[in-house]
Design a protein around this ligand. Sequence first.
Ligand code: ATP
Ligand code: MG
Length: 409
Amino acid sequence: MRQSQLFPKTRKEAPRDAESINHKLLVRGGFMDQLMSGSWTLLPLGLRVVAKINQIIREEINAVGGQELLMPLLHPKEIWSETGRWDKADEIMYKLADARKKEYVLSFTHEEIVMDLLRKNIKSYQDLPVSVYHFSTKFRNEPRAKSGILRGREFMMKDLYSAHTDEKDMMEYYEKVKGAYIKIFKRLGFDFKVVEASGGVFTDKHTHEFQVINANGEDVVYACDKCDFAVNKEIFEGIEGEKCPDCKEGKIEKLEKTVEVGNIFPLGTWYSERMHVYYTDEKGLKKPVWFASYGIGPTRVMGTLVEVSHDDRGIIWNPAIAPFDVHLVELPGGRGKEIYDTFTEKGINVLWDDRDVSAGEKFSDSDLIGIPVRLVVSERNGDKIEWKERASEKSELISTDEVIRKIKK
Ligand code: ATP
Ligand code: MG
């Protein structure tokens, strides 16, 4: 893509009301725009990043047998009344009525909708297990939407739902999905903890949150400095500094704060009992379906990555989710068009700075946008290309073939 045509242009100043780093850098870099508090447009650069995040999630969820579908965002009141959540979740729901006074809610999650799908389609144990997911918008009336895209009132979620004949099958699948989540967050480049948290009213089991340490987070986690033991402050009953109750070797540290990027819930039969989702087992007995749900917020993931990976000049994307593979900066006398065409033909995604602006402006925009590799072509560099990684201060002059080899690696 030619940078001269990219919409919109970068901005020198962050918006005045921006408090968090992700808000400042993602708006300045032209990744997103705020319509109102908690409501964001994903601009072309931002949408590219989120699409890459989604693709990583999709690959790992497909690998554990998830089937992608797409559920509606406008839900009738009746379905939410069946579980009592129409009243119980009142505070976070955006409710509306049409001209004929029929009431609706904009989706804030989809358990009830999946339950309805299951009861129409599940008859016997032979129809189970089922594992379905979608990427879609969630609407939640968040009381304070101010940490940039980390907390939207309208945001993207990948939510997966699984249904099983019994608790054992549900828990086995739950562990599989936990493993898939660990792979996803590693591929996304996070340093994270898998944290036990409360199951709420739905289950006496614990849920698991995927938490990234960052000052802009809203959670506090107690974790062992040696093993994987980690518990949300909400339910932790010990103190900082004590011996780990799990491995009995490490010490408990307090991690403050953390951002929840994912959450998985072994829900059990709470929903199926209320919504009458039963199947018949081998002996012909009627039994409630066991149910679990699993969420990740790709837009929050994008914001969290910026929070943990930036410097005073801008964003530092990890290659797995960068909007482009390389940023080709053309200075006077450089072979921009030729290199752009060659790389594009080889399947490399190039942002080509073909603009008629100063070298200084090009370099500072390149640092702000944060594509992992910057390539400079200029008269001075001749046949060679200057290779510089965003995360490093070193640069080197190498041949076109060598550049291609390094990118493909
Ligand atoms: P929080 O405690 O941060 O309000 P939650 O526990 O209510 O989040 P879940 O219902 O567990 O959120 O949603 C699953 C995932 O969706 C979260 O782990 C997070 O990645 C994302 N998410 C939740 N709320 C928001 C939001 N307001 N804006 C952006 N992403 C969100
Ligand atoms: Mg949660």
